[in-house]
Design a protein around this ligand. Structure first.
Ligand code: SAH
Length: 453
């Protein structure tokens, strides 16, 4: 089979802090049509880009892509002539299975390039002030996997960093002692390196062996004399952690703070989930406009991920644009109400204008800039056009619970953000400073959380 003109970038996203992305990766992600991202990549990071986003990581109790399926998915998109960004945590070539994906691309004649990322060991080292090498003390460093335990290596290096140790740090310690490492050997476990909730345990292998406390994933273990450099008030620990609920203000964008974004529905923003809820009352009449077959595909994927039944759309006209979109809809068991001949955004607008479609609520599943333009044009035709972002969120971001124990300040930008926050967090610890952008927001905060911001 001949491949299309698509191109694949295998990109390292860095260890967690969204700013630890290379300039090149950032540019490519802005240009990409599709981003396939792993569970170690934060939703906050991918949220900055317009491409269609597909989460390929693992989640408990939910379906996920196996490696073979990911390979197929990458090739599938490339064959449509798309610019595909395959975004992986850390560096793709350090325990990242980047090699397997590239072998598959080569086999299928798909062009690609690789953009390196900061690997977790480097991120952990910099953000915990534990140098990987120190003159006269540690002159070699090795990266190893701590899993499986029976195959654990103890290379002849002054500093050894073990990846994949989270569930079994004490077991790893026991295995290393068994392999001849002294109980007094210095170790540090760095959990959530470079993220707002980074935590470090520093001690000896012997102490770690007896530590039954659970280590939170992702975590790695640094072993060697270099760990003696560790100090409790390392630079990253001293930063103030601010949770921004809603829009950020310039005050916080100075690099002085560690910013945690709480993705809440701010005024002016529309949340797909809410629209679907509106559909539940089955009185709403609307049109779902699918611009291409991928829109159909990801719309159904979205329904699946969010346990939404297609029968929840009784008063909705399904409107595919172009033949391939129509046939994709038919494959999902939906007979279209209106088929457009047009298959480019410009032609869709002309055709809808000719059909006299105005005053309608039109939902457009998709997320790229062409779709946004379509929304503007349909609005100009006096429709209520709404873009539905049907990208599936990872367990980070919206789905992940923010650890309020690691937050120093919360800033609410609007009353709706206070309400959205209240839905997920019943109380805010007294220790946390709360600020509100205006009097209305402050009033809502007082009503819902019962104290002064
Ligand atoms: N390609 C990645 C590694 C993927 S393997 C890289 O270059 O970093 C997954 C392992 O990486 C995790 O089990 C953990 O050991 C490590 N890891 C990834 N991100 C991490 C983080 N933010 N903090 C600590 N360890 C991390």
């Amino acid at each position: 089979m001949k491949s299309g003109d698509g191109y694949v970038y295998i990109i390292g996203a860095g260890p967690g802090d969204p700013e630890l992305l290379t300039v090149k990766a950032e540019r490519v992600l802005h240009e990409a049509d599709v981003i396939l991202y792993d569970n170690l990549v934060s939703a906050e990071l991918v949220g900055q880009f317009d491409a269609l986003k597909i989460y390929t990581g693992k989640r408990k109790d939910k379906h996920h892509f196996e490696q073979d399926a990911i390979n197929e998915e990458i090739v599938f998109h490339a064959r449509q002539g798309r610019k595909v960004a395959r975004l992986k945590g850390g560096d793709p070539y350090v325990f990242g299975r980047g090699g397997e994906e590239i072998a598959f691309l080569r086999k299928h004649g798909v062009e690609y390039e690789i953009i390196p990322g900061i690997t977790a060991a480097q991120g952990a080292s910099a953000y915990s002030e534990i140098p990987l090498t120190i003159r006269h003390i540690s002159s070699s460093v090795a990266f190893c996997t701590g899993h499986p335990l029976d195959k654990i290596h103890v290379p002849d290096a002054d500093t050894i960093v073990y990846y994949m140790v989270a569930s079994s740090a004490s077991e790893v310690a026991k295995a290393l002692i068994k392999k001849g490492k002294e109980e007094q050997t210095k170790v540090a476990i760095v959990q959530n390196a470079t993220r707002y909730n980074q935590k470090i345990f520093a001690g000896t292998l012997g102490e770690l062996k007896n530590k039954d406390k659970k280590v939170v994933s992702p975590a790695l273990l640094v072993l060697g004399e270099n760990v003696t450099e560790f100090i409790e008030d390392y630079w990253f620990a001293k930063k103030k952690r601010v949770l921004i609920a809603g829009k950020s203000s310039e005050k916080y964008e100075t690099g002085e703070y560690v910013i945690v974004r709480y993705p809440c529905i701010d005024s002016g923003q529309i949340d797909a989930g809410n629209i679907f809820k509106k559909v539940d009352d089955s009185t709403a009449e609307m049109m779902l406009l699918f611009v291409d077959k991928y829109a159909v595909r990801y719309f159904f994927n979205y329904l699946f991920e969010n346990s939404i039944d297609i029968r929840d759309f009784p008063n909705t006209a399904f409107c595919p644009a172009g033949r391939s979109t129509t046939s994709e809809l038919l494959k999902h068991g939906v007979l279209p109400d209106l088929c457009l001949d047009a298959c480019t955004p410009e032609k869709i607008i002309t055709e809808m204008a000719e059909l006299g479609i105005t005053g309608e609520t039109i939902l457009i599943p998709g997320s790229d800039s062409a779709d946004k333009n379509l929304v503007n044009e349909l609005t100009a035709l006096k429709n209520n056009a709404v873009l539905l972002d049907v990208s599936v969120q990872s367990s980070f971001g919206q789905g992940e619970r923010i650890d309020l124990d690691c937050i120093d300040e919360i800033c609410f930008s609007s009353p709706s953000c206070v309400r959205s926050f209240k839905e997920h967090y019943a109380a805010i610890p007294d220790r946390i400073t709360v600020t509100a952008a205006d009097a209305q927001t402050e009033a809502e905060y007082k009503v819902l959380f019962g104290s002064q911001a």
